[in-house]
Design a protein around this ligand. Sequence first.
Ligand SMILES: Cc1cc2nc3c(=O)[nH]c(=O)nc-3n(C[C@H](O)[C@H](O)[C@H](O)COP(=O)(O)OP(=O)(O)OC[C@H]3O[C@@H](n4cnc5c(N)ncnc54)[C@H](O)[C@@H]3O)c2cc1C
Length: 294
Amino acid sequence: MRKFAYLVPKTLDQAVSLHQSHGNRAMYVAGGTDVMVKVKSGKITPDYLISLKHALGSPQLRVNSDTGELHIGSLVTHRTLETSSTIKRHYPILHDAVQHIGSVQIRNVATIGGNLVNAVPSADGAIPLIALDAVAKVYAGTGERTVDLIHFFEGPGQTVLAPGEILTEIVVPKQPAPSAGAYQKYGRREAMELPLIGVGVQLSLEQGSNRCTKARIALGVAAPTPMRSLAAEHYLVGKEITEETLGEAGKLAADESRVRDSVRGLAWYRREMVEVFVKRMGMKCLERIKEMGA
Ligand SMILES: Cc1cc2nc3c(=O)[nH]c(=O)nc-3n(C[C@H](O)[C@H](O)[C@H](O)COP(=O)(O)OP(=O)(O)OC[C@H]3O[C@@H](n4cnc5c(N)ncnc54)[C@H](O)[C@@H]3O)c2cc1C
């Protein structure tokens, strides 16, 4: 393995200025589960790895009691999300996703921020957060800017982050009650596997009825970047959520997807799985809302 210097700045400003002074010979590292695989294979050859561990401070996962927003620090690990009772109870779509990322060993160190910035079309963290209308907070050296997560990804491995910018936090707005979501990573195996398709559905209903007031349908590996099926979402709003309406939404999402053939699966099969899992995840949302007693 090629040698590199490991730098540990104490503040965000120090991290940004180190990145600026070393240019494209430097790279940030959080948990290192993506970075180190690429370094070891020689796919990337940074001279400097800049750790964000100290600069970002201790990872925070908290609900703002005034606004009801969920704040997820970018260094929060998948394991922290998986074992959080708040995530399991109030954000089941995110819980569904993180519990199947890699193995426990990977989830113990891999961060949600690294998962988003790595920006592979199969990133399991991205789909539930997009379905939850999350926003990314980015430190740009001169201040902070926010980006809707759906606009964060520009292509495989590419985000809107400019060189040296740091993803500091992900903020999930309070969801209208009653709401629930569900995510399915579908692959040949559930664990240690890149999915053929990832489907996240988040539904809000009118109190005491099955009429949909808000729908989010987010898809992974269905396009070069994570995407939402606006046609399916638009179709569902105002309708009773039933197997029939969810089936129709599944068809619309499958039509809107831009799946392609790859060694792991053919486009026609992926499209069919989008249809199947939009319906299945929608029914799971309904079940979950009922379990909450709404
Ligand atoms: C065996 C194995 C199994 C895996 N299984 C899955 C899986 O099932 N699903 C899945 O989605 N992923 C999987 N992954 C990929 C990986 O674990 C995740 O993407 C992980 O969340 C990356 O987080 P990290 O902290 O390790 O990122 P790192 O490797 O530290 O960084 C990844 C990228 O993000 C950048 N970066 C990190 N944090 C920041 C920040 N705050 N601001 C700016 N840039 C930043 C780095 O410069 C780098 O480009 C797997 C990886 C391995 C090795």
